[in-house]
Design a binder for this molecule. Sequence first.
Ligand code: SF4
Length: 101
Amino acid sequence: MAPVGGVNELASMSGLQRFEKGVGNLTSVGEFLVNEHCIDCDLCRQIAPETFKRKSAGMGGHSYVARQPNNAFELKKATEALESCPVGAIQHAMAEMLAAA
Ligand code: SF4
C-alpha cells in the first residue's frame, strides 16, 4: 500500500482550504479537518468538544480541529461529528484517501 499523504496534501488535492491542523496521537488512522464550508452551527463542538473548538473570524467564526482524537472514545465522537455536520465540512484524511483509491 502506498504511503498515505498528510491531510494538508489531501486538502491541497481536493482544492479545499484547511483551517488548522490539530495535534494528537491517532495519525495512523487519519486526521480530521474542518474545511471552509463550516457554517459555525456548533454541532461538532457539542458532540466532540475535545476535538473541535471555535475560532472567531471577523463577524463570525468557524470550527477547527483543536486536537486530533487521542483515544477510542474521542475517535468515535469525532466520527459522529463528521457524520452529523449539516454541510459536510468535516473531513477525515484516511476516509478520503480510501474513497479516492
Ligand atoms: S458541525 Fe459542521 S458546520 Fe457545524 S460548526 Fe461543526 S464543522 Fe461547522
